[in-house]
Ligand binder design. Structure first.
Ligand code: RFL
Ligand code: PHB
Length: 393
């Protein structure tokens, strides 16, 4: 079998790339290890930058987002037992973020793909990537018990942090930068009205970080920082709600509406960048190339930005025969990625309790938060990073 662009992974990166390439008249085949239901069952990101919202509209998958997404003009920071609003829109000339779950973005993209009759193969295994350093790369995989081979002009590695694409780049070519954090996030989803429907709440407390987010006006998403070796079984719903309450200011805690959880999961936190993002005919995008701790809500947004640059680079190649945008893809993407890495690392460091955070460390975090919420200059640096830096820097 042959295709122009073989996309590995049907997460948000792979699906959005497939959609943008289809609009540009470029053939693409998506192969995915899991089933569609499994992909849709992973509860992950919830906050979309304006750049991502615009891109989803441009890709023709913005109808439901426009109706069901909740626009947030600010965020709230809780520290020293008090809640403070950061007027993100006011500080960035009107830019906002939108609460709309990654599962919904994925569902919209999957539906657009199947409605257009575009090809995807789910449930692939034993994937190997071949001749990536030539202009005739090909892959072999198993699907429905049959071994298949596909040749392509280009391969897009959209297969996430644990995928096969990055692992196919020789060690001497790839440079990896990594930091792991000594705690995780315990996330819980519940069909209860969000405690703060108009702004995400980020809380710093001596007991650790907490986050109040939402998926809709009737579905909440909350997180608490937890030790990495905690297990889900250690956290029944009552313990979760109690811990969350303890980390919030009294007013927010008193307004919290609790209920039965419908999902709970523990995620480790990691910062990671792989350079370069291109090797021969292989291009990496999204979590395959970089990971940020979720504190800045940047992961999915960075993935969307990579895909935008990659789709337009591939379109320049097929439409105009120009390779310049492809040749500079890695460098241009990485410029923005490193800035987002810095922001996510900084906000993570500011908001969490580390094993070596002593009383002095706690007061330093609180002093920085007090500065952030009282200085327009400081608040602006937070706001402009939170809504997302311009696509091309
Ligand atoms: P994904 O979503 O991991 O998709 C990769 C896909 O590739 C498949 N795959 C393979 N397919 C074929 N062959 C193989 N060998 C394969 N190996 C893997 C996988 O099955 C999968 O379907 O990567 P992608 O598309 O790059 O998307 C990235 C985002 O998922 C990720 O960055 C965000 O979820 C991060 N994130 C957040 N990002 C935000 O922008 N805003 C947020 O509010 C936000 N919150 C979060 C988050 C991530 C979290 N966790 C669990 C890590 C909150 C959490 C808790
Ligand atoms: C979420 O809604 O899942 C969410 C929101 C903000 C973050 C991370 C996750 O920073």
């Amino acid at each position: 079998m042959k295709t122009q662009v073989l996309i590995i992974g049907a997460g948000p990166s792979g699906l959005l790339l497939g959609q943008l390439l289809a609009q540009a008249g470029i053939d693409a085949l998506i192969i995915e290890r899991q089933t569609p239901d499994y992909v849709l069952g992973r509860i992950r990101a919830g906050i979309l930058e304006q750049v991502t919202v615009d891109l989803l509209h441009e890709a023709g998958v913005g109808h439901r987002l426009a109706v069901e997404g909740t626009v947030h003009r600010g965020i709230e920071l809780v520290f020293s037992g008090q809640r403070h609003m950061i007027d993100v829109a006011g500080l960035t000339g009107g830019k906002t973020v939108t609460a709309y779950g990654q599962t919904e973005v994925t569902r919209d993209l999957m539906q657009a793909r199947s409605a257009a009759g575009l090809p995807s193969v789910y449930g692939v295994s034993e994937l190997t990537l071949q001749d990536l350093d030539s202009n005739k790369p090909w892959v072999r995989f198993k699907a429905d018990g049959q071994t298949q081979e596909v040749q392509a002009d280009f391969v897009a590695g959209c297969d996430g942090f644990h995928g096969a694409s990055r692992a196919s780049i020789p060690r001497h070519v790839l440079r990896e930068y990594e930091r792991t954090y000594p705690f995780g996030w315990l996330g819980m989803l519940s069909d209860t009205p969000p405690v703060s429907p108009h702004a995400i709440i980020y809380a710093n407390s001596p007991r650790g970080f907490a986050l109040c987010s939402m998926r809709s006006l009737t579905r909440s998403r909350y997180y608490v920082q937890c030790p990495l070796d905690d297990r889900i079984e250690d956290w029944n719903d009552d313990r979760f709600w109690e811990e969350l309450r303890c980390r919030l200011d009294v007013d927010t805690a008193s307004r919290l509406i609790t209920g039965k959880s419908i999902e709970k999961s523990i995620a480790p936190l990691r910062s990671f960048v792989a350079e370069p993002m291109r090797w021969g005919s292989l291009f990496l995008a999204g979590d395959a190339a970089h990971i940020v701790p979720p504190t800045g809500a940047k992961g999915l947004n960075l993935a969307a930005a990579d895909v935008k640059l990659l789709a337009s680079a591939l379109s320049d190649w097929y439409r105009l025969g120009q390779s310049r945008a492809m040749d500079t893809y890695s460098e241009r993407s990485l410029r923005r990625i490193w800035k987002a890495e810095r922001f996510a690392w900084w906000l993570t460091s500011l908001m969490h309790r580390f094993p070596d955070t002593d009383d002095f460390g706690q007061r330093m975090q609180e002093a920085e938060l007090a500065y952030l919420t009282s200085s327009a200059a400081a608040a602006t640096t937070l706001a402009e990073n939170y809504v997302g830096l311009p696509l091309e820097l």
